[in-house]
Design a protein around this ligand. Structure first.
Ligand SMILES: NC(=O)c1ccc[n+]([C@@H]2O[C@H](COP(=O)([O-])OP(=O)(O)OC[C@H]3O[C@@H](n4cnc5c(N)ncnc54)[C@H](O)[C@@H]3O)[C@@H](O)[C@H]2O)c1
Ligand SMILES: [Zn+2]
Length: 357
């Protein structure tokens, strides 16, 4: 699988793909002045693969918890960098999922006003989506992702082999974002996704290629709009109500599954507003129902969902920029009021199509 080059105002960078973990580690050993911050669980699961690195380079274990993704976690890492006598030319290399990514990108951004940062994503979600685009954020008080900045990596190294040890839920979570990006791409992207999982399901031989295609779609969007002024907002497709579901259920389900559910709801609203043919809604609805299902302890109420959506950072004056779906590759940002029509459509969806109980 060939490399991707990402253009960025902070310096262009490449995303390289590796068929196996040992060849990826060999590349990491060539990075000068490298200090490693590694997900604790990865240290436990891959001792043999990591041995050459751990024997010769400084490394710091980080637990992947939302509690660590705070100023306290950033401070712990920064103090370690200081103890290691990190200098402005030192490179912080991160091995882990989205949580470790956010802690490390944030820390690299502020340590000595910025040191180089590289990333080895180990969850499917971080491989197919969050590893490019430079956004990072940490939690503050009771709320998630309140402090943040843009810090692009100097390099990204991907081996889909890391996904073998992920739980089924974490694999499905990644597919929520893959689905979003394939639908943002084109009809061909959607067909490729359906074809890839038709045989052996979510863990299939085309996974590395699916990751590359997802990143390629995201690359097109972020290169056109790195700092989320306009076009980049289409990456929020499915996320307004996905985040609301996460909040209403107090994170009972993982992010990607909530986002996939949010896509389905937004597609339903798009159908009811005359933007999307019924056939397209049903095709994608079936895909989600079959491949990305989940259960909830209790049913969700329309009004809880709407009031959670209204607390989103992106809501202003009672209006929300909904990303509506007019078909693969055809997203529309539409400024929408939280009115009776919207509540009615969400209510109808929950009654007629909400397969998650
Ligand atoms: N910066 C961004 O652009 C961005 C985008 C999306 C999400 N996020 C953030 O990322 C976080 C979620 O990240 P995530 O879903 O990648 O997962 P994660 O970092 O929360 O990890 C999930 C679990 O998988 C474990 N794990 C990681 N790699 C593994 C592997 N190869 N095998 C077995 N277990 C492994 C972790 O230890 C953890 O227990 C959230 O905090 C979210 O806010 C950031
Ligand atoms: Zn997401």
């Amino acid at each position: 699988v060939s490399s991707l080059n990402i253009r960025s105002g902070q310096g262009d960078y490449s995303v390289d793909f590796y068929a196996e973990i040992p060849s990826l580690i060999e590349e990491l050993l060539k990075v000068p002045h490298a200090l490693f911050a590694i997900d604790e669980k990865i240290l436990q699961l891959y001792p043999k693969e990591l041995a050459p690195l751990l024997e010769s380079r400084p490394s710091f274990p980080i637990p992947a918890t939302e509690d660590e993704k705070t100023l306290k976690g950033v401070e712990r890492l920064a103090v370690w960098l200081q103890e290691q006598k990190a200098i402005k030319q030192s490179t912080l290399v991160t091995i882990g999922g989205g949580i470790i990514q956010d802690i490390c990108a944030f820390t690299a951004h502020v340590y000595f006003r910025g040191i180089p940062w590289m990333f080895v994503p180990t969850t499917l979600l971080s491989m197919c989506d969050s590893c490019i685009g430079a956004k990072c954020s940490i939690n503050l008080g009771l709320y998630k992702n309140q402090l943040g900045t843009f810090q692009s990596p100097k390099r990204v190294f991907i081996a889909s082999d890391f996904t073998r040890t992920l739980t089924g839920e974490d694999v499905a979570s990644g597919y929520g974002e893959i689905l979003k990006l394939m639908l943002t791409g084109s009809t061909e992207h959607l067909a490729f996704l359906e074809h890839a999982i038709a045989g052996t399901g979510l863990r299939n031989a085309s996974l590395l290629e699916l990751i590359r295609r997802s990143l390629e779609v995201k690359k097109r969007v972020i290169e056109a709009d790195e700092y989320e002024r306009d076009l980049r907002r289409i990456l929020n497709y499915g996320h307004t109500f996905g985040h609301a579901l996460e909040s209403v259920t107090r994170h009972e389900i993982c992010h990607g599954l909530a986002a996939a559910w949010g896509l389905d709801l937004i597609n339903y609203i798009s159908w009811k507003r005359g933007l999307l043919p019924e056939g397209d809604f049903k095709r994608i609805h079936e895909f989600i129902r079959k491949n990305l299902p989940f259960r909830l302890k209790s049913n969700i109420g329309v009004h809880d969902l709407i009031s959670a959506a209204q607390r989103d950072k992106k809501v202003a004056d009672g209006m929300v920029n909904l990303v509506l779906f007019a078909g693969p590759g055809n997203l529309r940002i539409v400024k929408t009021p939280f009115d009776a029509t919207l509540a009615q459509q969400i209510g109808d969806y929950l009654e007629q199509h909400n397969v998650y109980r």
